[in-house]
Design a protein around this ligand. Sequence first.
Ligand code: PGA
Length: 257
Amino acid sequence: MARTPLLAGNWKMHKDHLEAIQLVQQVVYHLDERDYERSEIVVIPPFTALRSIQTLIDGDRLHIGLGAQHCHYEDAGAFTGEISPAMLAKLAVRYVVCGHSERRHVFGEDDETINRKVRAVLAHDMRPILCVGETDEERERGQAKEVVARQVQRGLEGVDVDRADDIVLAYEPVWAIGTGKTATPSDADEMCGFGRNQLADVFGEDAAQRIRVQYGGSVKPGNVAELMRQEQIDGALVGGASLQADDFAAICRYHRM
Ligand code: PGA
């Protein structure tokens, strides 16, 4: 089954709106039809740059999509400092990252909160990128699969099978994020395959075969091609390397290497 690869750059808390415009312009300068036909390419800037990037994508008819890093699960209300999925949908945001390990571990988001966000994002016709992955200690204790199974199952509770195609799963081992340590391609493949088995438990085998599973954690121009050759890996969620135009463009051109 051919799944369109999804290459997404999660900029985290980097780039003001002017730097963001420049970065997108530099990235697309290096890309052409071959890349856009091969993969779906998405940038995920901070909230303050969403409007600027949306305008740039629209005005220049760029073939890239827009994502957001986070949202609240309510549409509106007294939640100082939060952004709602309704607001993101108005900005033509296509993807919202839910349950990134930094949200789980630095900001204490639990599976229940993440599940509410996933459902809220879907309710606004956007697509959640549900991030899952074990910490170093969990891996050492042999609990990697147990953790991933729980995060997938609980993160997707109550999601209708009709919406399965709008889900993206990102397997990101916490020990590989921003550390320069990447899972070996075969380990990454095995864990992405395990994530897909969990999706099959939730939605059935057919739907699970259509859902894209990304790998994330120190993806770079030098390792992306081999990761993308793995059967169970349908894309990359890229942090650090997405902040350098040359690197992110090279990642998007992985199939030409
Ligand atoms: P990294 O981050 O590529 O810098 O390891 C990945 C992520 O956090 O999604």
